[in-house]
Design a protein around this ligand. Structure first.
Ligand SMILES: O=c1ccn([C@@H]2O[C@H](COP(=O)(O)OP(=O)(O)O)[C@@H](O)[C@H]2O)c(=O)[nH]1
Ligand SMILES: O=C(O)[C@@H](COP(=O)(O)O)O[C@H]1O[C@H](CO)[C@@H](O)[C@H](O)[C@H]1O
Length: 360
């Protein structure tokens, strides 16, 4: 493992031997597997792709069409594609259905439960509303998505039995009015998630893109872990899985380049706070940090005043409640709600989604 850098006393720096070994044998490339190879490796297992989508009418259709053409019609690797319409205000649901995906409104899945907002909620509902033995999560705001994202993520899961969860990684340009910064994307990753993971879970510091929105896992494992309802879902997964299954059950695959719709700095401020709160919760949960006073969850931000200065600082004060919410592992919830037609089956998703039956 080539590394650069010297310590304050000019000693050579190096990652731990465990991490060095992990990087060597748990990092792959999307090109390592062809769709045809993976179809042959399925051996009766099924694959679901879940796309969380809030206001993604511009991009979700092309993503669905790409998966359908390459991995349903040409090589039958993917058995179902579900877009979870996450309170979109645009034509996301229509565009996704036209492209050939099943579509379900987020709140129509397990409707008898209290409802939450957020990306993690959309993912958890997507898991509940699908039935594949392997589940691939793909963001709906990608501009240069290729079928290789899906085959790359499925490769380790279909060809190995000792890997439970695979994260994508990629170069992440930041495209904006000022042009394109080649590796400027992943701002919350570089400024928040990576430093904190290196401090508190150094065993996870080998993940090139710990917040990557493209990842896949075995259903039995995904249904056994909680899903933080907002943007803390990715970092929550990594921490919960490394604590439960160990680093060797996790892998990462190079998917090339990823460009996506970027959020504003203020939105990433809220995302950062959700990720920090998730990590503080896990530090406490796993006994790595005790806190005399729990962190406050009300975030105050300041925006250029629209309605005229009302805060004495000539800006509008924007308050957001970031109380950490998470879904319990799905496996327990499905049995507890018992909404299925008979004991142990998953509750039918509403008619706008898919009538799914899954035995326990
Ligand atoms: O409440 C939400 C927030 C986000 N998303 C989707 O989750 C993915 C990633 O979210 P976003 O693009 O906002 O995050 P970023 O990639 O900017 O970090 C996208 O497909 C969003 O449409 C969602 O389904 N529900
Ligand atoms: O990686 C990141 O820093 C953020 C923001 O990315 P950009 O700075 O807009 O490229 O994007 C990711 O983070 C979210 C929270 O984990 C994930 O849900 C997104 O899928 C992922 O794009």
């Amino acid at each position: 493992m080539h590394a650069t850098g010297t310590g304050a006393d000019s000693t050579e720096l190096a990652v731990s031997p465990e991490l060095g070994t992990w990087l060597e044998h748990r990092s792959g490339r999307a090109g390592d597997w062809t769709a045809a190879d993976l179809v042959a490796a399925k051996r009766g297992r099924t694959v679901s792709v879940v796309i969380p989508a809030r206001d993604e009418e511009e991009t979700v259709g092309a993503i669905v069409r790409t998966i359908r053409a390459a991995l349903v019609e040409r090589d039958p690797l993917v058995d179902e594609i579900l877009v979870v319409d996450s309170h979109s205000q645009d034509a996301t649901a229509h565009v996704a259905a036209e492209a050939g995906a099943a579509v379900v409104a987020q709140d129509d899945v397990l409707p008898t439960l209290p409802q939450h907002r957020g990306k993690g909620e959309a993912l958890w509902k997507g898991l509940a509303a699908t039935s594949g033995d392997l589940v691939v999560f793909v963001d709906g705001d990608l501009y240069d998505f290729t079928a290789g994202y899906v085959t790359g993520l499925l490769g380790p899961l279909l060809t190995r039995s000792d890997v439970d969860y695979v994260k994508g990684f990629y170069h992440r340009p930041l495209a904006g009015e000022g042009g394109r910064e080649v590796d400027g994307g992943g701002r919350v990753t570089e400024l928040v998630a990576r430093p904190l993971l290196n401090m508190f879970w150094p065993e996870l510091s080998g993940f090139v893109q710990p917040l990557a929105g493209e990842y896949a896992g075995r259903r039995a494992v995904l249904e056994a872990i909680p899903f933080v309802t907002h943007y803390g879902v990715e970092v929550g997964h990594l921490i919960d899985l490394v604590e439960w299954r160990g680093l060797d059950a996790l892998a990462q695959v190079d998917l090339g380049v990823r460009t996506h719709r970027h959020q504003t700095t203020q939105a990433l401020g809220r995302m950062s706070a959700q990720i920090i709160l998730t990590m503080l919760d896990r530090l406490k949960r796993y006994g790595r940090l005790s806190m005399a006073v729990p962190p406050a969850t009300l975030l105050a931000q300041f925006q250029r005043s629209v309605a005229g200065p009302d805060t004495g600082v000539e800006r509008d004060l924007v308050l957001t409640d970031l109380t950490l919410e998470e879904r319990d592992p799905l496996a327990g919830v499905v049995h507890d709600t018992g909404d299925g037609a008979d004991s142990g089956t998953a509750p039918a998703v509403s008619e706008s989604g898919r009538a799914l039956r899954r035995t326990a």
